[in-house]
Design a protein around this ligand. Structure first.
Ligand SMILES: Nc1ncnc2c1ncn2[C@@H]1O[C@H](COP(=O)(O)OP(=O)(O)OP(=O)(O)O)[C@@H](O)[C@H]1O
Length: 250
């Protein structure tokens, strides 16, 4: 089932189109949303997450419209959203931060300890539950951000550039985590880094200038270019060149 569906999404800022009729659908597994800076990825994720209503088009999460009062609770129940810059109070411990988020997300009081325990375990932060957020490494902070999105055990996860600012080791760990999370959820992973999606995303949507330039299996985009010789014939090398072919000079 396609848990996330966007049809003809239109967003404009100061009269300038930022999303110009974006249509996509996301099912279980990991879908990469690939685009250069300014392509419109964050704007699209906000529209899909029910944060900012588009001026045109439709959004459905599990068939529910997040912008209609009657169906918004059903849509939001299915959704976990990790924005690019999540403000978290640095003096809070990881567990207190997540308990606070439980309250904001209206998780019933009796369910909160279990929800926090599950979310911490899912992102491998159980042993840092009582650590202050300010003492965490960038990779751990990012995992805490993902944990807040998992508190309601959502079927859909929208991740906005989760590897930004991480070192190569932390990025590899985060990719492994995303892979685990995508085993039984629909994950939409926005990034400008081809490496972030090349081995984990089975499906890619390439966004450029607010429009979808490619929507299909990852291997299909890689297959649009030849080996090119010189050792650049790996899937990754080809994917990078396939992506650049779509967006450079476009
Ligand atoms: N609130 C806003 N007001 C004016 N322009 C905006 C606003 N939000 C986004 N934009 C513009 O919309 C375009 C798309 O921005 P968006 O952040 O969605 O892109 P992105 O692909 O996520 O890029 P990045 O990786 O840099 O975050 C950019 O040109 C940006 O300047």
């Amino acid at each position: 089932m396609q848990l996330v569906v966007g049809e003809g999404i239109l967003v404009a800022h100061q009269g300038r189109p930022v999303l110009d009729g974006v249509t996509l659908s996301v099912g279980t597994g990991i879908t990469g949303l690939l685009g250069v800076n300014g392509a419109g990825k964050s704007t699209l994720l906000r529209a899909l997450a029910g944060v900012a209503a588009p001026r045109g088009g439709n959004v459905r999460i599990g068939g529910h419209d997040p912008y209609a009062a009657s169906s918004r609770p059903s849509a939001l129940r299915l959704l976990g959203y990790v924005p690019q810059h999540l403000e978290a109070p640095p003096a809070f411990s990881v567990a207190d931060y997540l308990l606070h988020l439980c309250w904001l997300k209206a998780v019933p009081r009796r369910d909160r300890p279990d929800a926090v325990g599950r979310a911490l375990a899912a992102v491998d932060l159980t042993d840092r539950a009582s650590a202050r957020l300010s003492t965490l490494s960038g990779g751990m902070r990012q995992r805490a951000s993902i944990a807040q999105a998992l508190l309601t055990d959502p079927q859909v996860l929208l991740l906005d550039e989760p590897t930004t600012g991480l070192d190569p080791h932390q990025r590899a760990e985060l990719r492994a985590l995303v892979q685990r999370l995508g085993a039984d959820r629909a994950v939409l992973l926005a990034t400008h880094i081809v490496e972030d999606v090349e081995y984990v995303a089975h499906h890619l949507v390439v966004l450029h200038g607010g429009r979808v330039r490619f929507d299909g299996p990852t291997a299909e985009l890689a297959a649009t270019v030849g080996d090119g010789g010189g050792g650049a014939g790996t899937v990754g090398g080809r994917l990078e060149r396939g992506f650049l072919g779509l967006v450079v000079g476009a």
